[in-house]
Design a protein. Sequence first.
Length: 130
Amino acid sequence: MSSVAFADVLHERFVGMHRGSTLQTFLERLSQQLGTTLKLRIQLSSFDSMCRMVAAGVGVAVVPETVAQRYRGLPRVCRVPLTDAWAVRPRYMLVREEQQVSAQLQELMDAIAAYHEHGESNVTQSESGR
């Protein structure tokens, strides 16, 4: 399976984050909007635990991309990107309004913007020259 919509897997049993976590609250609200409830088998307090439960066959899980990348080598775990528009979340860097941005901070912000605009390959090229 190359990708999937969240609505298409709502029949599955889920491994979720603990009650009250931002991700869990979001997924529960989304499933309600889609006319169903999330079928939770277990709720845990860390993404590490969630990934290990998925590997053990307890259920499926929705995790951030960085977590999925970290656990891509875990046996019996397959990463499947979500096709939903909400799955790509915008990120912001906050600075004080009157703050003069240093050259280093501007470089960091530019690198982050390039990563999200063009993908990881462009950022790692500049890192390899260090």
